[in-house]
Design a protein around this ligand. Structure first.
Ligand code: UDP
Ligand code: MG
Length: 334
Protein backbone atom coordinates (compact mmCIF):
# COMPACT_ATOMS: atom_id res chain seq x y z
CA UNK A 1 0.00 0.00 0.00
CA UNK A 2 1.63 3.29 -1.04
CA UNK A 3 2.35 5.74 1.77
CA UNK A 4 2.15 3.06 4.48
CA UNK A 5 4.48 3.62 7.45
CA UNK A 6 6.16 0.77 9.31
CA UNK A 7 4.43 -0.18 12.56
CA UNK A 8 7.46 0.65 14.76
CA UNK A 9 7.70 4.16 13.30
CA UNK A 10 3.96 4.66 13.78
CA UNK A 11 4.27 3.61 17.45
CA UNK A 12 7.21 5.96 17.97
CA UNK A 13 5.24 8.79 16.36
CA UNK A 14 2.32 8.22 18.70
CA UNK A 15 4.64 8.32 21.70
CA UNK A 16 6.18 11.51 20.35
CA UNK A 17 9.69 10.03 20.18
CA UNK A 18 9.91 9.56 16.43
CA UNK A 19 12.78 11.33 14.70
CA UNK A 20 13.58 11.37 11.01
CA UNK A 21 16.82 9.64 10.00
CA UNK A 22 18.51 13.05 9.62
CA UNK A 23 17.53 14.03 13.16
CA UNK A 24 18.90 10.87 14.74
CA UNK A 25 21.79 11.54 17.09
CA UNK A 26 25.06 9.74 16.64
CA UNK A 27 27.28 8.52 19.47
CA UNK A 28 30.99 7.87 18.87
CA UNK A 29 32.69 5.33 21.09
CA UNK A 30 36.47 5.71 21.02
CA UNK A 31 38.65 2.82 22.17
CA UNK A 32 42.47 2.60 22.10
CA UNK A 33 43.92 -0.91 21.61
CA UNK A 34 47.50 -1.88 22.38
CA UNK A 35 48.16 -5.62 22.27
CA UNK A 36 44.57 -6.38 23.24
CA UNK A 37 44.10 -9.38 20.90
CA UNK A 38 42.46 -11.35 23.69
CA UNK A 39 40.02 -8.58 24.61
CA UNK A 40 38.77 -7.62 21.13
CA UNK A 41 35.98 -10.19 20.89
CA UNK A 42 34.82 -9.57 24.47
CA UNK A 43 34.77 -5.86 23.73
CA UNK A 44 32.58 -6.37 20.66
CA UNK A 45 30.21 -8.70 22.50
CA UNK A 46 29.87 -6.24 25.38
CA UNK A 47 28.97 -3.36 23.07
CA UNK A 48 26.26 -5.14 21.06
CA UNK A 49 23.61 -5.00 23.84
CA UNK A 50 24.27 -1.25 24.17
CA UNK A 51 23.48 -0.71 20.48
CA UNK A 52 20.16 -2.49 20.79
CA UNK A 53 19.30 -0.82 24.10
CA UNK A 54 19.76 2.67 22.65
CA UNK A 55 18.07 1.90 19.35
CA UNK A 56 16.87 5.48 18.87
CA UNK A 57 20.44 6.62 18.23
CA UNK A 58 23.17 5.66 15.77
CA UNK A 59 26.58 4.47 16.88
CA UNK A 60 30.07 4.52 15.46
CA UNK A 61 32.96 2.79 17.20
CA UNK A 62 36.37 4.27 16.45
CA UNK A 63 39.05 1.72 17.37
CA UNK A 64 42.66 2.86 17.36
CA UNK A 65 45.32 0.23 16.96
CA UNK A 66 48.22 1.82 18.82
CA UNK A 67 51.02 -0.14 17.13
CA UNK A 68 50.06 -3.55 18.53
CA UNK A 69 52.37 -6.44 17.70
CA UNK A 70 49.79 -9.20 18.26
CA UNK A 71 46.65 -10.01 16.26
CA UNK A 72 44.63 -7.02 17.57
CA UNK A 73 44.47 -5.29 14.19
CA UNK A 74 43.48 -8.45 12.32
CA UNK A 75 40.64 -9.09 14.74
CA UNK A 76 39.48 -5.47 14.60
CA UNK A 77 39.46 -5.51 10.81
CA UNK A 78 37.38 -8.69 10.76
CA UNK A 79 34.82 -6.98 13.03
CA UNK A 80 34.78 -3.88 10.82
CA UNK A 81 34.08 -6.10 7.79
CA UNK A 82 31.03 -7.56 9.55
CA UNK A 83 29.76 -4.44 11.27
CA UNK A 84 29.66 -1.06 9.47
CA UNK A 85 29.53 0.77 12.80
CA UNK A 86 33.18 -0.09 13.37
CA UNK A 87 35.94 2.11 12.03
CA UNK A 88 39.59 1.26 12.56
CA UNK A 89 42.59 3.60 12.62
CA UNK A 90 45.99 1.96 12.52
CA UNK A 91 48.79 4.14 13.91
CA UNK A 92 52.29 3.80 12.45
CA UNK A 93 53.76 2.71 15.81
CA UNK A 94 52.96 2.73 19.53
CA UNK A 95 52.33 6.37 20.44
CA UNK A 96 50.86 5.74 23.90
CA UNK A 97 47.31 5.81 25.15
CA UNK A 98 46.95 9.59 25.26
CA UNK A 99 47.97 10.03 21.60
CA UNK A 100 45.80 7.08 20.55
CA UNK A 101 42.81 8.63 22.30
CA UNK A 102 43.51 11.95 20.60
CA UNK A 103 43.59 10.21 17.21
CA UNK A 104 40.22 8.63 17.95
CA UNK A 105 38.62 11.81 19.22
CA UNK A 106 39.86 13.68 16.13
CA UNK A 107 38.28 11.08 13.86
CA UNK A 108 34.98 10.79 15.76
CA UNK A 109 32.02 12.42 14.02
CA UNK A 110 29.25 11.79 16.57
CA UNK A 111 27.12 14.32 18.45
CA UNK A 112 28.77 12.98 21.57
CA UNK A 113 31.97 11.04 22.15
CA UNK A 114 32.70 8.34 24.75
CA UNK A 115 36.35 7.25 25.27
CA UNK A 116 36.49 3.77 26.77
CA UNK A 117 39.25 1.25 27.62
CA UNK A 118 39.35 -1.81 25.41
CA UNK A 119 39.87 -4.20 28.32
CA UNK A 120 36.29 -3.67 29.60
CA UNK A 121 37.51 -2.15 32.86
CA UNK A 122 35.11 0.65 31.97
CA UNK A 123 31.71 -1.08 31.84
CA UNK A 124 29.81 -0.47 28.56
CA UNK A 125 26.57 -1.16 30.52
CA UNK A 126 26.91 2.37 31.86
CA UNK A 127 26.68 3.92 28.37
CA UNK A 128 22.84 3.97 28.16
CA UNK A 129 22.72 5.82 31.51
CA UNK A 130 25.32 8.29 30.28
CA UNK A 131 23.33 8.91 27.12
CA UNK A 132 20.22 9.41 29.23
CA UNK A 133 21.95 12.13 31.30
CA UNK A 134 23.23 13.71 28.10
CA UNK A 135 19.69 13.77 26.65
CA UNK A 136 18.62 15.58 29.81
CA UNK A 137 21.11 18.35 29.12
CA UNK A 138 24.50 17.41 30.62
CA UNK A 139 27.48 18.33 28.45
CA UNK A 140 29.91 16.03 30.23
CA UNK A 141 28.86 12.83 32.00
CA UNK A 142 31.68 11.58 34.21
CA UNK A 143 31.95 7.98 35.29
CA UNK A 144 33.46 7.77 38.77
CA UNK A 145 34.87 4.52 40.15
CA UNK A 146 33.12 4.05 43.45
CA UNK A 147 35.15 0.94 44.15
CA UNK A 148 38.70 0.33 42.97
CA UNK A 149 39.26 -2.95 44.75
CA UNK A 150 40.07 -4.53 41.36
CA UNK A 151 43.27 -2.43 41.33
CA UNK A 152 46.19 -3.41 43.54
CA UNK A 153 46.62 -1.76 46.96
CA UNK A 154 49.76 0.01 45.82
CA UNK A 155 48.09 1.38 42.69
CA UNK A 156 45.12 2.68 44.70
CA UNK A 157 47.34 4.37 47.29
CA UNK A 158 49.69 5.94 44.75
CA UNK A 159 46.72 7.14 42.67
CA UNK A 160 45.15 8.66 45.77
CA UNK A 161 48.39 10.45 46.70
CA UNK A 162 48.79 11.71 43.15
CA UNK A 163 45.31 13.24 43.03
CA UNK A 164 45.76 14.85 46.44
CA UNK A 165 49.16 16.29 45.49
CA UNK A 166 48.02 17.41 42.05
CA UNK A 167 44.85 19.12 43.23
CA UNK A 168 46.71 20.87 46.04
CA UNK A 169 49.27 22.43 43.72
CA UNK A 170 47.34 22.97 40.51
CA UNK A 171 44.57 25.44 39.82
CA UNK A 172 42.80 22.78 37.72
CA UNK A 173 41.10 20.22 39.93
CA UNK A 174 41.02 16.69 38.56
CA UNK A 175 38.09 14.84 40.09
CA UNK A 176 39.09 11.87 42.21
CA UNK A 177 38.74 8.35 40.84
CA UNK A 178 37.71 9.49 37.40
CA UNK A 179 39.46 8.07 34.35
CA UNK A 180 39.06 8.79 30.67
CA UNK A 181 35.69 7.00 30.58
CA UNK A 182 33.05 9.72 30.15
CA UNK A 183 30.57 11.13 27.68
CA UNK A 184 31.37 14.46 26.05
CA UNK A 185 29.02 16.55 23.96
CA UNK A 186 30.26 17.75 20.55
CA UNK A 187 30.75 21.25 21.99
CA UNK A 188 33.19 19.85 24.58
CA UNK A 189 35.01 17.75 22.00
CA UNK A 190 35.48 20.78 19.75
CA UNK A 191 36.84 22.75 22.71
CA UNK A 192 39.25 19.91 23.48
CA UNK A 193 40.47 19.85 19.90
CA UNK A 194 41.52 23.49 20.24
CA UNK A 195 44.11 22.64 22.88
CA UNK A 196 47.36 22.43 20.96
CA UNK A 197 49.77 20.84 23.44
CA UNK A 198 51.99 17.94 22.51
CA UNK A 199 52.09 16.53 26.01
CA UNK A 200 48.55 15.41 26.40
CA UNK A 201 47.58 14.57 29.92
CA UNK A 202 44.00 13.79 28.94
CA UNK A 203 42.48 13.75 32.43
CA UNK A 204 43.85 17.26 32.97
CA UNK A 205 42.74 18.54 29.57
CA UNK A 206 39.25 17.12 30.11
CA UNK A 207 39.09 18.94 33.45
CA UNK A 208 40.48 22.16 31.97
CA UNK A 209 37.71 22.57 29.40
CA UNK A 210 35.01 22.49 32.09
CA UNK A 211 31.30 22.57 30.94
CA UNK A 212 28.13 21.35 32.64
CA UNK A 213 29.03 18.07 34.31
CA UNK A 214 27.04 15.20 35.83
CA UNK A 215 28.73 12.30 37.65
CA UNK A 216 27.67 8.64 37.67
CA UNK A 217 29.22 6.00 39.92
CA UNK A 218 30.34 2.57 38.81
CA UNK A 219 32.35 -0.36 40.10
CA UNK A 220 35.61 -0.92 38.27
CA UNK A 221 35.97 -4.45 36.93
CA UNK A 222 39.17 -6.41 36.56
CA UNK A 223 40.65 -6.72 33.10
CA UNK A 224 38.72 -9.14 30.89
CA UNK A 225 41.96 -10.56 29.38
CA UNK A 226 45.63 -9.75 28.92
CA UNK A 227 47.78 -7.63 31.22
CA UNK A 228 48.04 -3.94 32.07
CA UNK A 229 50.28 -1.83 29.82
CA UNK A 230 51.17 0.58 32.60
CA UNK A 231 54.15 -0.46 34.71
CA UNK A 232 55.11 1.37 37.89
CA UNK A 233 57.73 3.41 36.03
CA UNK A 234 55.27 4.41 33.27
CA UNK A 235 52.75 5.47 35.92
CA UNK A 236 55.39 7.56 37.68
CA UNK A 237 56.16 9.36 34.41
CA UNK A 238 52.46 9.78 33.82
CA UNK A 239 52.10 11.44 37.22
CA UNK A 240 55.06 13.76 36.47
CA UNK A 241 53.38 14.61 33.17
CA UNK A 242 50.16 15.49 34.96
CA UNK A 243 51.80 17.74 37.52
CA UNK A 244 54.16 19.55 35.16
CA UNK A 245 51.40 20.03 32.56
CA UNK A 246 49.07 21.82 34.90
CA UNK A 247 51.16 23.40 37.62
CA UNK A 248 54.28 25.50 37.94
CA UNK A 249 54.27 25.00 41.72
CA UNK A 250 57.25 22.61 41.74
CA UNK A 251 59.30 25.36 40.07
CA UNK A 252 58.26 28.02 42.57
CA UNK A 253 58.79 25.67 45.49
CA UNK A 254 62.58 25.92 45.11
CA UNK A 255 62.60 29.69 45.47
CA UNK A 256 61.02 29.25 48.89
CA UNK A 257 63.46 26.51 49.89
CA UNK A 258 66.29 28.79 48.75
CA UNK A 259 64.82 31.73 50.68
CA UNK A 260 64.47 29.76 53.93
CA UNK A 261 67.94 28.26 53.45
CA UNK A 262 69.46 31.71 52.99
CA UNK A 263 67.69 33.04 56.08
CA UNK A 264 68.81 30.09 58.21
CA UNK A 265 72.39 30.45 56.91
CA UNK A 266 72.35 34.17 57.70
CA UNK A 267 71.23 33.54 61.30
CA UNK A 268 73.80 30.77 61.68
CA UNK A 269 76.53 33.06 60.29
CA UNK A 270 75.69 35.74 62.87
CA UNK A 271 75.87 33.13 65.65
CA UNK A 272 79.27 31.85 64.45
CA UNK A 273 80.71 35.36 64.02
CA UNK A 274 79.63 36.49 67.46
CA UNK A 275 80.89 33.25 69.01
CA UNK A 276 84.27 33.72 67.31
CA UNK A 277 84.43 37.33 68.49
CA UNK A 278 83.58 36.36 72.06
CA UNK A 279 85.39 33.00 72.48
CA UNK A 280 88.10 33.30 69.84
CA UNK A 281 88.81 30.94 66.88
CA UNK A 282 87.17 27.54 67.09
CA UNK A 283 88.79 24.67 65.08
CA UNK A 284 86.06 21.97 65.24
CA UNK A 285 83.23 22.36 62.75
CA UNK A 286 84.30 20.01 60.01
CA UNK A 287 81.17 17.81 60.37
CA UNK A 288 78.69 20.68 60.27
CA UNK A 289 80.50 22.17 57.29
CA UNK A 290 80.36 18.94 55.33
CA UNK A 291 76.66 18.41 56.15
CA UNK A 292 75.82 21.93 55.03
CA UNK A 293 77.78 21.58 51.77
CA UNK A 294 76.30 18.19 50.91
CA UNK A 295 72.78 19.21 51.84
CA UNK A 296 72.84 22.37 49.74
CA UNK A 297 74.53 20.52 46.88
CA UNK A 298 71.81 17.91 46.72
CA UNK A 299 69.09 20.56 46.94
CA UNK A 300 70.67 22.29 43.97
CA UNK A 301 70.76 19.06 41.99
CA UNK A 302 67.10 18.38 42.69
CA UNK A 303 66.10 21.89 41.68
CA UNK A 304 68.16 21.72 38.48
CA UNK A 305 66.50 18.37 37.72
CA UNK A 306 63.11 19.97 38.27
CA UNK A 307 64.01 22.78 35.87
CA UNK A 308 65.13 20.11 33.42
CA UNK A 309 61.68 18.45 33.53
CA UNK A 310 60.06 21.69 32.46
CA UNK A 311 62.71 22.69 29.93
CA UNK A 312 62.51 19.23 28.38
CA UNK A 313 58.80 19.71 27.94
CA UNK A 314 59.23 23.17 26.44
CA UNK A 315 61.76 21.67 24.03
CA UNK A 316 59.36 18.94 22.94
CA UNK A 317 56.49 21.42 22.56
CA UNK A 318 58.55 23.73 20.32
CA UNK A 319 59.20 20.92 17.85
CA UNK A 320 55.50 20.89 17.09
CA UNK A 321 55.51 17.39 15.71
CA UNK A 322 52.21 15.68 14.93
CA UNK A 323 50.82 13.79 17.93
CA UNK A 324 50.37 10.57 15.99
CA UNK A 325 50.80 9.19 12.48
CA UNK A 326 48.18 7.06 10.76
CA UNK A 327 49.27 4.12 8.62
CA UNK A 328 45.83 3.12 7.35
CA UNK A 329 42.12 3.40 8.04
CA UNK A 330 39.68 0.52 7.72
CA UNK A 331 35.90 0.43 7.77
CA UNK A 332 32.88 2.11 6.33
CA UNK A 333 34.05 5.73 6.59
CA UNK A 334 37.31 5.54 4.64
N1 UDP B 1 46.78 1.54 25.66
C1 UDP B 1 47.18 2.11 24.44
N2 UDP B 1 48.50 2.41 24.24
C2 UDP B 1 49.45 2.19 25.21
C3 UDP B 1 49.03 1.63 26.45
C4 UDP B 1 47.69 1.33 26.64
O1 UDP B 1 46.35 2.34 23.57
O2 UDP B 1 50.62 2.48 24.96
C5 UDP B 1 45.34 1.21 25.87
C6 UDP B 1 45.07 -0.23 26.28
O3 UDP B 1 44.97 -1.08 25.16
C7 UDP B 1 43.75 -0.13 27.04
C8 UDP B 1 43.86 1.26 27.67
O4 UDP B 1 44.86 1.97 26.95
O5 UDP B 1 42.64 -0.14 26.16
C9 UDP B 1 44.18 1.18 29.14
O6 UDP B 1 45.39 0.47 29.34
P1 UDP B 1 45.60 -0.54 30.55
O7 UDP B 1 44.37 -1.37 30.76
O8 UDP B 1 46.86 -1.28 30.30
O9 UDP B 1 45.78 0.47 31.77
P2 UDP B 1 45.22 0.29 33.26
O10 UDP B 1 43.75 0.02 33.14
O11 UDP B 1 45.95 -0.87 33.83
O12 UDP B 1 45.53 1.59 33.92
MG1 MG C 1 42.95 -1.50 32.11
Amino acid sequence: MPGAVPLAVEQQRRKGIYVTPEQRKKISIVAPFYNEGESVDYFYKALCPVFSQVSEMDFEVVCIDDGSCDDTLKKLISIAERDPRFYIIELSRNFGKEAALTAGIDAATGDSVIPIDADLQDPPELIPQMINEWSKGAEVVLARRSDRSSDSYLKRKTAETFYRFHNRFSSIQIPDNVGDFRLMDRIVVDALKQLPEQHRFMKGLFAWVGFKTVTLDYVRNTRVAGATKFSGWKLWNFALEGITSFSAAPLKFWSYVGGFGALATFIYAIIIISRTLIHGVDIPGYASLLVAVLFLGSLQLISVGMLGEYIGRIYMETKNRPLYLIRKRYGAKQ
